[in-house]
Design a protein around this ligand. Structure first.
Ligand code: TRP
Length: 917
């Protein structure tokens, strides 16, 4: 790739520039003459580049870490060395070699050329990966940016660099040159960003899919309280970030969120262990590579924390570093996502076909020594020097076995991750990466000039193409591998998310195996999650799926109450208030019952409110009816007596027909009280108050008719005393007119009331929540007041007139009794008011009935009982003389008064008041 430089210059400078440009055109000249090697990397790996037309670069983590150099500033800095041999990575590397081998042998892909490889160890560190990347770009020995000096076949593309953090670092450099890079294990979602990583493609799905899958899994099992642990790199952090975002949409809360240290740190590990132990979350999602996680697992193995279920990200799901039998007690039942696996035919044999003596790659020596726990006697050392084997062993930095390797060691004698082909997942991904590059190169090769994709239909030359040209083919390549899986990349350079869900189980009580319990596939705009519940082993005491919630769900009848300052998943269950219910679990709000309904005791159902009224079949109602009927019968009994004794003086006195009317009205008021009992209906509401008012008004106006006469008699007596005038005329006709007028006025008020604002049945729900009180709404209070006000007015008149006439010297002084009657009437109704106002529901009605009955009984008692007493028990006093007060009664010591009131009933005879003294 050429760089354009812009300068403003004068003439002399131009000459200098020409010299520079000439030297730039010949980079090796630059290297030889004017450049100095700034540093040399200590890179290890595998090369096979001779006799090949094109080379594919590879980056694999053969070691777990670099050894921290403790060089002083005074010494020349050295590229760090690596330690901890990673057998798994060697298997991945062998997959690359195997795939390249296969492609080279195939006739249908790239028949004209063969591919070679150059593979570097990244030591699972960013610095080594960057070293490797620079070496790819410039050649192994010329660490000189922008030029590839080393002779040999050109580098077509690079695969790797394993972990996402490494790929991100390398992709930033390779992206500068638009140099094709195909990731086989780097799944971090950030790498999908083509703005930052324009030349990065991958054969492993993006973690976006995996994190979403985790969220769905957690939701599927109803876990709402989960802990998370992330590796301290892009993979862990972004994976957990997306998981949290997704899971929070589903109302799941994060109990704790821990980060694993990159460099071993006991305190941090101990705090994480403590958090796991103390947390109430039983499900823990771990996004980390197996390498970073192993320290934590070791620490966990020392404690006996059980009952937790771990959700494994694809990087450690099937890792032999973690899936150790001794960890099974706490890791059994782990659920992990794993990328697609495949059985690659012939690969196992290819793996076994490795031997230090077959090549010169020093990594193979190290592998052999690590695998068989022996020391390889370096040929040179043994042959050229007299140094003893012990000295060789001692001279090695790694402290490995003093036993010497024979070269005859057999793989079948050992259990090694390298030879384990049961879970070829990343291995298969490496295989696909190589095929992706090979297919793209093939597409580039078969381009027909004139029909090519580049300007003017141009094609690229397979042996001399620009990186961006291959990039074009890579992005658009589409092919099917032997497993029938078709590979194509979307615009972000990703393949579709397709995962197996594995469950860690014990097999035959000795080996840990990964049982496929489900499948997760991300689709555009959705996902497809399949889980076979019966195949899952749960490492819980009861063998049932773990429960991981902060608070148990709220049963119907209760609602969730937030706990201040705690996540939404932690809540208290609060009982619904009266009249409110919830009929679902975990309700956020209680629902108000509809107007006619009320909550039941459990607050999970709205039940019809009890309708309350004074029923005819309850004790109170029956008693009241009985009293009313009794009262009415008593009145009727009096009427019968009156009729039987109609010709006697007492009956005849002061207008028989008025007395009769009073009796009628009393029957009427007694019976009206029955109207108040029973379910209120429109008609009974209308009838109640009006008949009562009419009854009373009739009664009172009749009484008034009587008392007026008595009062007039009194006044006449007074007048007579003064002027000796003999008589005043007040005919019974007038009495009746008074009675009728009273009634007519009341009828008028009642009619207006019924027409204008008739009462109606009203469901009173305000006064009591749990009941509907069925009552009569009286419509207009004004009318009601005027109706009864008129009665009160009549009563007051009656009282006044009767009071005036009370001392009438009559043997049977009706006025006195009427005064009593009126007093009783007032007392009853005055006490009625507070009693009525302070009761509720049906008792209000009962109070009113009591008042009606009491006042009616009062009137009955005061007006008719004394008369009945004389008529029935003292008939000897029932004479004209005694009644009229002309003769003395035997129980009266006072001389007989001379006032007499005589009423002629049958005709319109003048009623005369005669005063004798
Ligand atoms: N997916 C991991 C990442 O992006 C890399 C990875 C996958 C890995 N499988 C692994 C790392 C196994 C170590 C071991 O970082």
């Amino acid at each position: 790739m050429k760089r354009k430089l812009h300068f403003y210059m004068d003439h002399n400078m131009f000459l200098i520039l020409v010299a520079i440009v000439i030297s730039l055109q010949n980079p090796c000249l630059v290297c030889g003459q004017e450049c100095r090697l700034i540093g040399k990397f200590d890179l290890h790996g595998f090369v096979e580049s001779k006799n090949h037309e094109l080379i594919i670069g590879g980056m694999f983590p053969f070691h777990f870490r670099t050894i921290l150099n403790n060089d002083t500033d005074m010494e020349e800095p050295k590229s760090p060395k690596c330690e901890g041999f990673n057998f798994r990575a060697l298997r991945w590397t062998r997959a690359m070699m195997f795939a390249i081998d296969e492609v080279n042998k195939r006739r249908d892909i790239l028949p004209r050329i063969t591919l070679g490889y150059q593979i570097f160890d990244t030591c699972f560190t960013i610095s080594k990966s960057v070293e490797a990347t620079l070496s790819f770009l410039t050649g192994q020995n010329e660490t000189h940016p922008n030029f590839r000096c080393s002779a040999g076949a050109p580098l077509a593309a690079v695969i790797g660099a394993g972990g996402s953090a490494l790929s991100i670092a390398t992709a930033r450099i390779l992206g500068l040159y638009y140099f094709p890079q195909v990731g086989y294990a780097s799944s971090c979602s950030v790498l999908s960003d083509k703005f930052q990583f324009p030349s990065f493609l991958r054969t492993i799905p993006s973690d976006q899919a995996q994190s979403k899958g985790f969220a769905e899994l957690v939701t599927y099992f109803g876990w709402t309280w989960v802990g998370t642990i992330a590796a301290d790199d892009d993979y862990g952090k972004y994976g957990i970030k997306v998981f949290k975002e997704e899971v929070e949409k589903n109302g799941v809360c994060i109990a704790f969120s821990e980060t694993l240290p990159r460099i071993y740190n006991k305190e941090t590990i101990d705090t994480i262990v403590k958090t796991i132990r103390t947390s109430s979350a039983n499900v823990i999602v771990i996004f980390s590579s197996d390498i970073d996680l192993s320290a934590l697992m070791e620490a966990l193995a020392e404690t006996n924390i059980t009952g937790k279920t771990y959700i494994a990200s694809e990087a450690w799901t099937t890792s032999a570093l973690i899936a150790k039998p001794q960890y099974f007690s706490f890791l059994g039942g782990t659920i992990g996502f794993a990328i697609r696996r495949a059985d690659i035919p012939g690969f196992e044999q290819f793996l076994l076909d490795i031997h230090p003596e077959h090549g010169t790659d020093d990594l193979v020596y190290e592998f052999w020594e690590e695998a068989f726990n022996c020391t390889w006697p370096t040929q040179r050392a043994a042959f050229y020097t007299n140094i003893s084997i012990e000295a060789i062993v001692a001279g090695r930095r790694r402290n490995i076995s003093p036993r010497l390797c024979t070269g005859q060691e057999k793989f079948k004698d050992i259990l090694n991750t390298y030879t384990d082909v049961s879970e070829l997942r990343i291995t298969y991904s490496v295989y696909k990466s190589i095929y992706t590059i090979a297919n793209a190169l093939h597409d580039l090769d078969i381009c027909v000039p004139g029909k090519g994709p580049f300007p003017g239909g141009a094609c690229a030359n397979l042996l001399d193409f620009e990186p961006w040209q291959l990039m074009y083919y890579l992005k658009n390549t589409k092919f099917t591998v032997f497993t029938n899986e078709s590979i194509k990349f979307d615009e972000s350079g990703d393949v579709e998310g397709n995962y197996d869900i594995l469950n860690w189980q014990w097999r035959n009580n000795e080996t840990l195996s990964f049982i496929k319990m489900g499948h997760y596939k991300s689709k555009t705009g959705g996902f497809d999650l399949k889980i076979d519940n019966s195949s899952i082993f749960w490492n819980t005491p009861n063998g049932l799926p773990p429960v991981s919630v902060c608070s148990n769900s709220c049963i119907p009848g209760t609602r969730k109450g937030i706990r201040q300052g705690e996540p939404v998943c932690c809540f208290d269950c609060i009982n619904c208030a009266e009249g409110e219910i919830t009929n679902e679990t975990d309700a956020r709000e209680c629902i108000q019952c509809p107007p006619d309904f009320w909550s039941n005791a459990h607050r999970n159902e709205c039940v019809l409110k009890e309708v309350e009224f004074l029923a005819t079949d309850e004790a109170l109602g029956i008693t009241l009816i009985f009293l009313a009927v009794f009262g009415a019968s008593l009145v009727i009994a009096f009427t019968v007596i009156y009729i039987m004794y109609r010709e006697t003086a007492l009956v005849k006195a002061n207008d028989r027909s008025l007395s009769f009317l009073i009796q009628v009205s009393l029957v009427c008021t007694f019976m009206t009280s029955i109207l108040f009992v029973g379910k209120p209906e429109a008609w009974s509401c209308m009838a109640r108050q009006t008949t009562l008012a009419l009854g009373f008004s009739l009664c009172l106006s009749c009484i008034l008719g009587k008392t007026i006469v008595l009062m007039l008699a009194k006044r006449a007596a007074k007048l007579k005393k003064a002027e000796k005038t003999s008589s005043i005329n007040f005919t019974p006709m007038y009495q009746k007119i008074v009675a009728v007028t009273g009634l007519v006025i009341e009828v008028g008020i009642c009619t207006a009331y019924l027409i204008l604002t008739p009462p109606w049945v009203y469901k009173n729900m305000e006064s009591q929540n749990i009941k509907i009180i069925l009552e009569c709404n009286e419509g207009s209070i004004e009318f009601l007041c005027s109706m009864f006000g008129f009665d009160v007015f009549l009563a007051i008149l009656c009282f006044i007139t009767a009071f005036v006439a009370r001392k009438l010297p009559d043997n049977f002084n009706e006025a006195k009794f009427i005064t009593f009657g009126m007093l009783v009437f007032f007392i009853v109704w005055i006490s009625f008011v507070p009693a009525y106002l302070s009761t509720r529901g049906k008792f209000k009605v009962a109070v009113e009935i009591f008042a009606i009955l009491a006042s009616s009984f009062g009137l009955l008692g005061c007006i008719y009982v004394p008369k009945g007493y004389i008529i029935l028990i003292k008939p000897e006093r029932n004479t004209e003389e005694i009644v009229g007060g002309k003769a003395a009664t035997n129980d009266k010591s006072a001389p007989a008064t001379s006032a007499s009131i005589t009423s002629e009933i049958n005709n319109t005879t003048v009623s005369t008041v005669v005063l004798d003294d």
